[in-house]
Write a new protein. Structure first.
Length: 254
């Protein structure tokens, strides 16, 4: 969406506060020994306190309120009472919601407890790359140039990017124009970021795969060549200068 009046910015700020606070609290709550279903229920209760509706549940009838992916699962993992978090697991939580007609989206990958399996380097790379990408976005910048930046930064660190998962416009729906903000330089995408528009910028940084494929459950995605992936995501408003980070409250850069 494009922000044209104060009420729209206020609406996006409230929806973004709901998802950012929920994500932050879920990260703090996640620990070895609890199930992903318990973690999802915890997040669902916070969204309810805000009066917000889970976006994947409302839009796509996703069987959960937040997407929780563990280890080789890249994204869209279904919360389950059978999945128990373990020390050293790589986990991704993606929280998106609708509040009073406004939609916002954010996510983060992190390690549960001690980094026994050496995932922290991947997590740190994803965070740093998202920060650099977002602070290079302003009105008029080519979308494909940001994709090029993300892929270049990933390669510098010895990682790859997932080419069929992208950021997107957001605001009056979960997915809006521009529908594809890719993590690589797409020569066919000549679109530019527009001032005052709202977008969800996400990194998809991986160890070995370059494409994600869906498992038989119809939701969970894994890498075409296996390995691991870290994702970090903020919803932002594009300006002529520094963007407004609507989901800054999630503190994923802290």
């Amino acid at each position: 969406m494009s922000i044209t009046k104060e009420e729209e910015l206020a609406g996006m700020q409230k929806a973004s506060e709901a998802v950012a606070y929920t994500l932050k609290q879920m990260i703090n709550f996640a620990k070895a020994g609890i199930t992903t279903k318990a973690l999802d229920d915890f997040g669902a209760a916070i969204l309810k306190q805000f009066g917000a509706n889970s976006a994947p549940n409302k839009t796509y009838k996703f069987p959960g309120y937040t997407c929780i992916s563990i280890d080789n699962e890249f994204c869209h993992g279904i919360p389950s009472a059978k999945k128990i978090l373990k020390e050293g697991d790589l986990i991704n939580i993606d929280v998106s919601a609708e509040l009073n007609g406004f939609w916002s989206d954010n996510g983060a990958s992190f390690v549960i407890g001690e980094d026994k399996n050496g995932h922290q380097k991947l997590v740190d790379a994803s965070k740093a790359i998202l920060h650099k990408a977002i602070y290079n976005i302003k009105g008029g910048v080519k979308i494909s140039d940001i994709g090029h930046l993300i892929e270049t930064e990933a390669k510098k660190r010895g990682f790859k990017v997932i080419k069929n998962l992208t950021g997107h416009g957001v605001g009056r729906a979960l997915h809006e124009e521009p529908h594809e903000i890719a993590n690589y330089k797409d020569p066919f995408n000549t679109a530019r970021f527009k001032k005052n528009s709202v977008v969800a910028i996400e990194t998809f940084i991986s160890t070995t795969s370059t494409y994600a494929q869906t498992l038989n459950d119809g939701w969970t995605m894994v890498g075409n060549k296996g390995g691991f992936m870290a994702q970090h995501e903020h919803t932002i408003v594009i300006t002529d200068g520094k963007p407004i980070i609507l989901t800054e409250m999630n503190e994923i850069w802290n």
